[in-house]
Design a protein around this ligand. Structure first.
Ligand code: SAH
Length: 211
């Protein structure tokens, strides 16, 4: 498979959707998605599909990764210095984020996936990406404060730690509620939080504890 050419056509389809930041399109052109999938699924890597990664979890659709990263960049208005991702999974979105942010922390609760992500990411040598094993409901206090928190798992109400670990002016993006909506929350300097709905969403659930 000429993955560079297939990836370029995926990026052109994402560009045609409109509203995707050029830096995100560049990142998605640079990060090979097929290396995050098992060999039997690699041929589908550049279609706009969520695909299984084991342990009942999925790799997010490219259009969802592109949209979430773009919403973060647009709502911050600048390159984020530090981003926290909840739900590393296979590590694909973490790799994309690491190319549009200064530093990325990514937390996963399933040890086997945390280790899979570590293996998948090794060849990409992303020195600004830190993978953590833990229950992301508690955020990652070692890296706080963050410019942005992005959850790849859906909750009923965002855990307080995510807002607490944002800097004033920072943005949290998370799938929330039933039916799920991708919600954005901006922490205002006054301690108040403003929120808005980005779009309908379909993510795996946020679960507690470490497996
Ligand atoms: N970011 C991934 C998406 C993975 S799916 C991508 O690039 O495609 C969401 C992930 O969130 C799953 O791996 C799931 O195990 C994880 N998750 C669910 N609840 C969590 C929690 N409380 N803390 C950390 N990770 C969690």
């Amino acid at each position: 498979m000429d993955s560079q050419a297939v990836r370029a056509s995926m990026v052109e389809r994402l560009r045609a959707l409109g509203g995707i930041e050029p830096a995100v399109l560049d990142a998605m052109l640079a990060v090979p998605r097929h290396i995050f999938l098992e060999p039997g699924l690699a041929a589908q890597a550049y279609l706009d599909n969520a695909l299984p990664i084991g342990h009942g979890q999925t790799i997010s659709k490219p259009s969802v990764v592109a949209r979430c990263a773009s919403v973060l960049l647009q709502s911050l208005g600048a390159k984020p210095a530090r981003v926290l991702e909840i739900g590393t999974g296979c590590g694909y979105q973490a790799a994309v984020l690491s190319r549009v942010a200064g530093e990325v922390y990514s937390v996963e609760r399933i040890r086997a996936l945390h280790e899979l992500a570590r293996r998948n990411l090794r060849a990409l040598r992303l020195a600004n990406l830190r993978l953590l094993l833990g229950d992301g409901s508690a955020g990652a206090s070692s890296g706080a404060p963050f410019d942005a928190v992005l959850s790849a798992a859906a909750c009923n109400e965002p855990p307080q730690a995510w807002l607490e670990q944002l800097r004033p002016g920072g943005v949290l993006l998370a799938p929330v509620g039933q039916p799920q909506r991708l919600m954005a929350y901006r922490k205002l300097g006054t301690g108040r939080v403003e929120s808005w709905c980005v779009e309908d969403a379909r993510f795996v659930p946020l679960k507690s504890g470490v497996l």
